[in-house]
Ligand binder design. Structure first.
Ligand SMILES: [Zn+2]
Length: 334
């Protein structure tokens, strides 16, 4: 647990509860996606089930630690969505599994990942178990959408909020977990675009994102040349066809225009995200007014919000590009 990046308060609290034998029967870990909730939950499970705890830490070598890691421990259960929801059958099966006393140690641990995707029936079934806890079972529920967790579930758990990691912590994580050496400028880009989620930062390190970013930046650098509404709408339709990458792409757009605006306003290189194309940022910033950059970044944020709440992708993108065209052609006329 000591190697986990960030979340030291929560870890401290959990360890204290464990060693003083004052564990709650249910915890709810919440915080943005990819921040480390699952990692902490698993490390905590190891601590609870380890057969030879060493200086306050699970040993990571005993049969229990290994089986927790592989999710094969007979006293450890992980419930995650099948399809897009967690179903009542899964909760019923779980209830059977935890009825009996633990096989090996004193406890059974249950992790319910993204508990907000439980169907109503599943949540109600779980609620009964949370209301009448078995002494040996500890539940750890996780969620990155706290607003979507039933208040009745929330109120029966001890709530632990996981904060975003700092820039420094994300960089530390990239250095530790990236599969290859990442140039420091690119580490910076990815850390800035991770918004404090190491999971997201590591996802962004894949080749596809890198390629998409290079192509997008090239497109953005020349966007004002031969500006045409047809070109932008065609681009919008190409984007909409690749639904899984739409948000990443719009975020690249957003960061680009945000950089131009920040550069124009402050002239401070330290505040630029796309530091590896700094010269392009400086050159392109001159082609825009603050007002237009402000309008474009606001528009990008609106689209991202729309995408997050599962709006119609094609309509959102078309609106974004139409607006972009308006602003850019106004700049040209201006
Ligand atoms: Zn162990």
């Amino acid at each position: 647990m000591n190697q986990i990046i960030g979340h030291s308060q929560n870890i401290h609290m959990l360890k204290k509860a464990f060693f003083s034998e004052k564990l709650s029967h249910a915890y709810l870990f919440s915080g943005i996606e990819g921040i480390g909730k699952r990692t902490v939950a698993k490390a905590f499970t190891k601590l609870c089930l380890c057969e030879s705890i060493e200086s306050g830490k699970p040993c990571n070598r005993c049969m229990s630690c290994i089986q927790v890691e592989k999710e094969t421990h007979p006293d450890f259960f992980v419930i995650r969505s099948t399809g897009s929801t967690i179903k009542i059958e899964q909760i019923h099966q779980l209830q059977k599994n935890i009825q009996r006393t633990p096989y090996r140690g004193k406890r059974k641990i249950v992790i319910i990942e993204n508990c907000d995707v439980m169907t109503n029936e599943a949540a109600n079934a779980l609620l009964k178990t949370l209301e009448e806890p078995l002494g040996w079972t500890v539940f750890i529920l996780t969620s990155s959408r706290l607003h979507a967790v039933k208040p009745t579930i929330k109120s029966r758990c001890q709530n632990l909020w996981f904060r975003r990691l700092s820039y420094k912590q994300v960089i530390e994580g990239i250095k530790r977990y990236a599969k290859k050496d990442i140039p420091s400028e690119y580490q910076h880009v990815v850390a800035c675009m991770s918004y404090g989620s190491l999971g997201r930062a590591l996802k962004l390190l894949n080749k596809d994102f890198e390629k998409m970013r290079i192509e997008s930046l090239k497109f953005l650098k020349h966007i004002k040349e031969n500006l045409s509404i047809t070109k932008l709408i065609m681009y919008s339709s190409e984007l909409a066809a690749k639904k899984e990458t739409v948000s990443d792409k719009i975020e690249i757009f957003w960061m680009w225009f945000r950089d131009l605006m920040i550069w124009k306003l402050t002239g401070n290189e330290g505040l630029i995200v796309n530091i590896d194309v700094l010269e392009d940022v400086k050159a392109c910033a001159n082609e825009y007014t603050i007002e237009s950059l402000n309008a474009i970044t606001k528009n990008a944020v609106d689209v991202l919000k729309g995408l997050e709440s599962k709006g119609n992708v094609r309509l959102l993108l078309d609106a974004f590009f139409l607006n972009l065209y308006e602003v850019l052609s106004f700049d040209e006329r201006g």
